[in-house]
Design a protein around this ligand. Structure first.
Ligand SMILES: *Cc1c(COP(=O)(O)O)cnc(C)c1O
Length: 222
């Protein structure tokens, strides 16, 4: 089997230069993260607050930590001091809590709004209507310690590439329409986070510029 270093280098060679790779290190030990870190990689993603904070304490401080999982409001305080980007913002209440905690640490926390594009009921995310209502709310302008820099979405888990492509394209369309008409000073879209090990090539085809990839780099999780 290839090493983490080899996997990472092979993967990076296939990604467009404007695409950010978030190496998803959930469940993997610090030594695996350090192997990737030692190749120069700095963006890592975790989906659990406890694991994220523990790893952030133990590992080098110049890592950009991405919170990619579902985030509960009462846990925002643990990651607010250091988190680089929160991918899964799916309620206005959560955004307000992130703003509040960011203010305490005198930071601006960058966020992605998660949009529900998959057929499965179980995946989190805003509908297009809910997204519009957040972006149109007057209160958003007052949240000066958050910045919405893009959208995130997950496609249906299926072998049918046609379905996956259609879902990713629908998110790209939403992204393009929001990018054109957002007027709030704290909304400036630059990032479309979509694509994982199984579907990132399709996501890139649909216009993704941030992929979140775990098992292709670090091997399968138990
Ligand atoms: C685990 C996870 C990934 C990475 O999944 P792989 O299939 O291992 O690449 C990407 N995004 C989210 C939100 C995840 O939870």
């Amino acid at each position: 089997m290839n090493s983490i270093t080899q996997q990472l280098e092979q993967l990076k060679a296939t990604l467009p230069s404007d695409c950010t790779l978030v190496a998803v290190s959930k469940t993997k030990p610090n030594e695996d993260i350090m192997e990737a870190y030692n190749t120069g990689h700095r963006d890592f993603g975790e989906n659990k607050v406890q694991e994220l904070t523990t790893k952030a304490e133990q590992l080098p401080k110049d890592i950009n930590w991405h919170m990619i999982g579902h985030l509960q409001r009462n846990k925002v305080k643990y990651i607010a001091p250091f988190v680089h980007l929160i991918h899964g913002v799916d309620t206005f209440k959560l955004l307000k809590e992130i703003n509040k905690q960011a203010e305490k640490h005198d930071r601006i926390i960058e966020c992605l709004l998660q949009i529900h594009i998959a057929a499965e009921e179980t995946k989190f995310g805003l509908s297009e209507e809910e997204l519009q209502s957040i972006l149109e709310s007057k209160e958003l302008e007052s949240l000066q310690n958050v910045r919405i820099i893009g959208l995130m979405g997950m496609a249906t888990y299926t072998d049918d590439e046609g379905i996956v492509l259609k879902e990713f394209k629908s998110l790209k369309e939403i992204y393009d329409s929001v990018e054109k008409k957002s007027t709030h000073s704290n909304v400036k879209l630059s990032t479309l986070s979509m694509g994982m090990s199984g579907d990132y090539k399709i996501a890139l085809e649909a216009g993704s510029n941030m992929v979140r990839i775990g098992s292709t780099i670090f091997g399968h999780r138990n």
